[in-house]
Write a protein that binds this ligand. Structure first.
Ligand SMILES: Cc1cc2nc3c(=O)[nH]c(=O)nc-3n(C[C@H](O)[C@H](O)[C@H](O)COP(=O)(O)OP(=O)(O)OC[C@H]3O[C@@H](n4cnc5c(N)ncnc54)[C@H](O)[C@@H]3O)c2cc1C
Length: 150
């Protein structure tokens, strides 16, 4: 098995094909990683996501430096993976953020079934929590892929 590096275009191809990644953030020296759904906006150079309030949002607000790993794994000899390092930015209500929110919605709406944790109804009687919409601005991309020797 040989492992080779992907070009930026190949990394972007995997980000565009996939919809789930592992988001890592850190606070006070402690890493934390969770699976998330995302949408890749190549033109804007970012990943979009949404979430309810919880540990990862609290931590990313304190430390916006994050890392996202995405992979396609057929078996342990055939896989492709991309690692993104970037910065967490919440999409508030200013004009730029509103445009990004629209793009986020367009990306997620193209999917047949999209994961809606952030808008899921809470237990009866409780108010629905407002989701947090965010983007991860991509600073750096790297990718690796296996291939079998001829
Ligand atoms: C395929 C997939 C896609 C997902 N997509 C999204 C998404 O787009 N947006 C989104 O907000 N969430 C998504 N989730 C759920 C996500 O992984 C988190 O469980 C959830 O967001 C809560 O994270 P939090 O930091 O707010 O945890 P909190 O509710 O604050 O809870 C923190 C505590 O719960 C534990 N915990 C949290 N999440 C997990 C987990 N997944 N597995 C094990 N322990 C956990 C932590 O270790 C910690 O002890 C997805 C999960 C899967 C499997």
């Amino acid at each position: 098995m040989i492992i080779h590096e992907l070009t930026v275009a190949e990394c972007e191809g995997l980000l565009a094909r996939s919809t789930v990644g592992r988001l890592a953030c850190a606070d006070d020296g402690q890493p934390y990683i969770v699976p998330i759904s995302y949408a890749f906006d190549q033109a804007a150079g970012c990943l979009y996501g949404f979430s309810t309030l919880g540990r990862k949002i609290e931590w990313m607000r304190r430390n916006p430096k994050v890392c996202v790993a995405v992979d396609e794994t057929a078996d342990r000899f055939r896989w492709t993976s991309v690692v993104v390092t970037g910065r967490y930015e919440e999409l508030g209500d200013d004009r730029d953020a509103r445009e990004s929110r629209q793009r986020l919605h367009q990306h997620f709406e193209q999917r047949q079934s999209w994961w809606l944790p952030a808008t899921a109804r809470l237990a009866a009687g409780e108010e629905r929590e407002t989701p947090v919409f965010y983007r991860i601005r991509i600073d750096q991309l790297s990718g690796r892929q296996t291939s079998r020797p001829a």
